[in-house]
Design a protein around this ligand. Sequence first.
Ligand SMILES: [Zn+2]
Length: 690
Amino acid sequence: MTIFFELLEKKIGLARIGRIILSKKNKDFIHTPNFLVPINQNLTKNANFNEEFESHRIFITSKKKLLSENFIRVKFKNSAVIYSHKGLITGFIEVLDRKKSFFFENNVIPVIPFNVPNISISKEFSINQINCYLNIAEEILKKNQNINFIFTIKIFNHPELFDLYIAIVKKYENIKVLNFSDLFDNLKNFRNIIKVIIKAKLELDNNIVLMASGRIITKLYPMLIYLGFDLIDSSYILYKSSEGFYDTIEYLLPTYKINFLPCSCVVCRGELKNILKDKYSTEKINLLCLHNLITAKNYANKINQYLKYEDFRDFVEKSSLNDAKLISILKILDKEFYFSLKNETPITQENKTINCLGALSYFRPDFQIFREMVIDTFTPEPETQLIIILPCSSKKPYSDSKSHKKFATAIRKYPDFPNFQEIIITSPLGAIPRQLENVYPVNSYDISVTGFWDEEELAIASKMLVKILDKYNQEIPIICHLEGGYVEIVEKAQKKLNRKFYFSQINNKITSIESLNSLETLIRTYKDEYSAKLDIKTAKTLSKSWHRKLLKLLDYQFGIDSATKVFSNGLLIKEKKDKNQIKIIDPITKDILGFFKYSSGQIALSMKGAEKLVPYEHSKFLVFNGEKITGNTLFRPGILEYSNNLFPNDYVLILDNTKQNLIGLGQMIVGSDFLRNSKTGRIAKVYENK
Ligand SMILES: [Zn+2]
């Protein structure tokens, strides 16, 4: 089996960065996601087009003439060309038979065409069409096993018809790309779109490249990439250009409406403005084609930039606002398909501000993962004698904000403050135990704070607060130092709980001396009401805030009780000079147990630290097919077993094939879903081994 695609980085949702391998030997790769630039005789004769796209790497054409040897070899010698035959499949077979070796030698990838009208008479008729196509396609695939093919999928508005294709895609390894040619023709059926994509992810090898074609307009690009598409065919732009439409991304505008050209590409700077209002002008159509393709190219570049270096979800949300149907896709994905997709989303992002723009951000998969993991892994410290509920701050971590510094001064007046559990209420994340304030996304989200909370925000925060408070003894008093919407959240939670809540008096501002005095008085009054049963050994280790944080963080990463095992002798911490990380040391053996990294808010354990996590299978692990790891990357064929809760970017233990010995430590590139659905590919980066 030849490897055609390699996944390099997993991003939020189904988005991914990868590469198509043209030649491993020559290190010749095409970056994905990428968009396919259409070529025809008109365009390739245009000097501006050639200049604009000379460094582009992947094109699509349906023109047999352009497949002439000289043309491809000279003009596109550094690129791949996708040949999408228009017309009957018999014609395609003829071309294929003639050009087979030429295709093979010159990076021409043929699409097995499925050219019937998209409007079908009935479902039965569509099924017949598909079966006919499958029969001929199978013959082609069988006969040409050394050629990589793009396989066309049409569902005729019936998502269940996708099932008909599955067996053949699984059977033929020379199907390297799935070309969804009518999936986006009717965006109103957004549920169909999602169903088909999820099915493809769950049933087929995830190394198959996904390609979107058909009625694809530029404003769909960010969503297509969020949905996991690697290649986008932009040919439809030519058709819209011929109809006289000018692309501004937000809109496709008929040229008669345009008075202000919002672009200064070679076309818009030049002749286009003079002939915008001309009717039936071939020159205008040619210029529109070029402007529209340049617009698509610029947008694709912007998307790739954001996908790699910014919080991509932010951009997907913003661009969804261009079309109500895109908003629906995002909402349905978040709310109805979260469980099918959650292991696709990285658990952390480093050095990024996560902008929450409104209701569309509330159920981002990484936010849902965070809430779920806090509820699953956070356990009360046994010495807790008082719970204090505080509002969030815009500065992160909260402890560094002016307001939280003032709260801390009030709370730390009491020497028993390490026995107080602080919980911070925030939108849209929910309720955050103080110990987890440095973890992603708590360390990096930003939201407009106005004091107005909508119903959904109130519900998210109160629900999470109830789940956390439920973990504590009912007799522990709860002090709330809150105002406005925050009070509403607690009141909502109060209705679900049978517990004692005490509210401080807020005078003018929550940080005013009077308000803080009221908080102090409440603490003084109630701190001794409940006496915790103390374990002397743990009481010692919990004396410092950072100790408390690292314990809870380790449980968050590796599961309940992980901290008890790794820090069985307690812990010492040492901040590195550059303040990028904290070194965690065993106070008795002096071994380095791991490093806390500020950028990700996670602990990278050392071998000494991770060795204490026995039995390893209760943790996050990969079982390696061997006794010793060589190199710094683990690939899919080397993995025998894995835990089913792995996220991209998760830290993971690497075990030998007996599962008894820890042989290395890594950070995941993909999640468990990819492991389940792939035979090849990079799985984890190894950062330490035996
Ligand atoms: Zn332009």
